[in-house]
Design a protein around this ligand. Sequence first.
Ligand SMILES: *[C@@H]1O[C@H](CO)[C@@H](O)[C@H](O)[C@H]1NC(C)=O
Ligand SMILES: *[C@@H]1O[C@H](CO)[C@@H](O)[C@H](O)[C@H]1NC(C)=O
Ligand SMILES: *[C@@H]1O[C@H](CO)[C@@H](O)[C@H](O)[C@H]1NC(C)=O
Length: 373
Amino acid sequence: MVQNAPHAALFLLVALVAPAASAIPDGLLPNGNFEETPAKSQLNGTRVMGRYAIPHWEISGFVEYIGPGQKQGDMILPVPEGAYAVRLGNEASIRQRLAVTRGARYSVTFSAARTCAQAEELNVTVAPESDILPIQTVYTSSGWDSYSWAFKARHSAVTLIVHNPGVTEDPACGPLLDAFAIKTLHPPALTKDNMLRNGDFEEGPYIFPDVPWWVLVPPLDEDDYSPLSPWMVLSTTKSVKYLDAAHYTVPHGAHAVELLSGVETALVQDVATVVGRPYRLEFSTGDAGDGCAGSLFVRAYAARGSVTVPHESQGKGAHKRGVLDFTAIANRTRVVFVSMAYTMKNDGTLCGPVLDDVSLVGLHSHAARRFLL
Ligand SMILES: *[C@@H]1O[C@H](CO)[C@@H](O)[C@H](O)[C@H]1NC(C)=O
Ligand SMILES: *[C@@H]1O[C@H](CO)[C@@H](O)[C@H](O)[C@H]1NC(C)=O
Ligand SMILES: *[C@@H]1O[C@H](CO)[C@@H](O)[C@H](O)[C@H]1NC(C)=O
């Protein structure tokens, strides 16, 4: 017994260290792209029969396993990642248990496409958080969009559930899903020279390194944790697009946001201010070099001030700085950005101005210094 003591101590040490080491790494979830197939005996046509038939996933309800060449009427259903995807019928869901770090924040990225149903929503849950994501608007010509959603881990193991809350006449009509990935979020700290956090949009959801190089950030309730936190996307159904500098013209750093849906969507952040003090809001805007040509307009609001920055876009990537000086009228000031126009690319998909490198500073210190000199 005595001889075993050092081993016991070692075991204890390993056990204490192990939970952190086993938390899920950034990237594709286990079988996140559904390329590990169910056994043939678990399928009836495309319908998945067994609850645990798809490796690493648990299903409930009418779930189909969609392979190459699968048709919907006369149309072949395209699969965005690899050869396989799943489709959730009426009230069906898929879930996966995730090993995470308790207290950490995560964002989940996945691809979704509508098929024949009018149920254009997905219910994404990691208890106790649950949100209905609108997937009504299609932002790509392929029909597949990449969505993000964020949660705070309340336990070291959580269950991600994606559920189709829709009920339609054809039980098979529902959204297609593919390519699930996860990323640990590091909530941005305040810096000395900016009263806004994450002003450069460097902290955000997972973007696949191959395709499509962007991800939608859908609208959420104001008290939910946003993948772009502390920025919030406010809209009834429309998203903003989070872009990667490797494939888009981004004014500063590695990421930016594209405002896609005119005045229907606002990107906002609340900041503590002092009533009566002057502040300066600055930002970069332009086009992402993604063929979004036309007259683009970003409007910024803060307190009683607003400024509109026009950009005649050739769709080749150019940007400029916008400035808004305002005086705070409350303890908290909501900084708001909207796109004032609806623009479409040649392929008929929605696009809009990019926004990046947003900063807010108090002007009182400069004014005071000027008086002293
Ligand atoms: C497979 O599906 C068909 C059509 O829905 C049904 O008639 C049949 O009973 C199913 N077979 C099994 C083994 O469940
Ligand atoms: C969303 O899914 C969760 C978990 O399955 C469920 O508890 C909740 O009732 C669902 N919400 C809606 C509106 O369907
Ligand atoms: C400012 O904050 C204080 C305390 O936090 C509160 O009592 C006061 O009502 C606030 N004033 C305004 C204008 O919001």
